[in-house]
Design a protein around this ligand. Structure first.
Ligand code: CO
Ligand code: CO
Ligand code: CO
Length: 306
């Protein structure tokens, strides 16, 4: 039902008229020093692609790279414990996996999910007039780079760990219940990169309002100090000819909107008549949904205003 053609979050294979298999794999290098937190974030990040399809994850296999000669094996135990605790929170068992010796630690999951074919949410259904809703604040790439450079305090580190390790489950359940036209999760290509993929798959354009996009406050200080990961610069450069930035949208703000995220939120395209119901249900589920813009005709392209 969904292949690599539309660059969606997961592959989807119809088993019967009532059941489709949803399959995804995702692994990352450490984004924080705490190995337990890293494991939890990597698991939440991998599960997110299942949630972005409106599916229910059922089981997972782990993928592990670890430098057994240079790091204590107890750190690997903590990574795996963080991952399986997060998977358990999602109601998912990790029932196998594979590990290799590697110079740099890597951890992630191959996740299998299930969905009713009629309830599947792809990135290809956005329509002009839809509101765009984002469920997590941006800035994790910039802030984790700041953590690397010892520029971020413990309180902010704890906060960003909570954001990145937070499951997109509640947001996904609300989305399926209310009904949306399209969804993807915001990860390595940043908000603008994943938005562009959704727009291409859906043959539409979008307008984004910078002032309505939620951003973790630490990210602004860091980006103004020039702390920007290379992936974020790459995303920004890659989208140069695709996005028309209003002249009042600063270069720093452009970088924040292109910031490479780890385990970011869901980006949904919601028909206007269902927007209020979605926002109210998200609040009830403890999720902050921000309306950051709208879908427009393809000819209008991608425009970002203040
Ligand atoms: Co994804
Ligand atoms: Co992914
Ligand atoms: Co093997």
């Amino acid at each position: 039902m969904v292949s690599a053609d539309t660059a969606d979050d997961a592959a989807v294979y119809r088993l019967t008229d009532e059941l489709a298999l949803v399959e995804t794999v995702d692994f990352i290098t450490p984004v924080v020093d705490d190995p337990y937190a890293f494991g939890a974030i990597a698991a939440a990040n991998a599960l997110s692609d299942i949630y972005a399809m409106g599916a229910r994850p059922v089981f997972a296999l782990s993928i592990v790279g670890f430098p057994t000669k240079s790091l204590p094996i107890s750190a690997l135990g903590e990574i795996m414990r963080g991952g399986s605790d997060k998977a358990a929170e999602a109601g998912v068992s990790i029932i196998g996996g594979h590990s290799v010796d590697d110079n740099e630690p890597k951890y992630g999951l191959c996740v299998t999910g299930l969905v009713h074919p009629d309830r599947l949410v792809t990135n290809a259904g956005a329509r002009p007039g839809d509101a765009l809703v984002l469920t997590k604040p941006l800035g994790t790439g910039i802030i984790t780079t700041g953590i690397d450079q010892r520029l971020v305090g413990q309180e902010a580190i704890d906060r960003i760990i909570r954001v990145m390790s937070g499951l997109n489950r509640a947001a996904s359940q609300v989305m399926v219940f209310v009904g949306v036209n399209a969804c993807t999760d915001v990860t390595g290509f940043g908000l603008m990169g994943h938005l562009r993929t959704m727009l291409q798959a859906s043959h539409v354009g979008a307008r984004i309002n910078l002032s309505r996009v939620p951003v973790m406050p630490e990210a602004w200080d860091l980006v103004e100090a020039g702390v920007v990961p290379s992936g974020t610069h790459n995303n920004h450069r890659y989208l140069r000819d695709e996005v028309s930035w209003d002249s009042r949208v600063s270069r720093e703000a452009q970088l924040v909107l292109c910031d490479a995220q780890t385990s970011g939120g869901l980006l949904m395209a919601v028909p206007p008549e269902r927007l209020d119901a979605l926002l109210q249900s998200l609040v009830k589920a403890g999720v902050v949904g921000a309306v950051i813009g709208e879908i427009v005709e393809k000819e209008a392209g991608i425009r970002v205003t203040t």
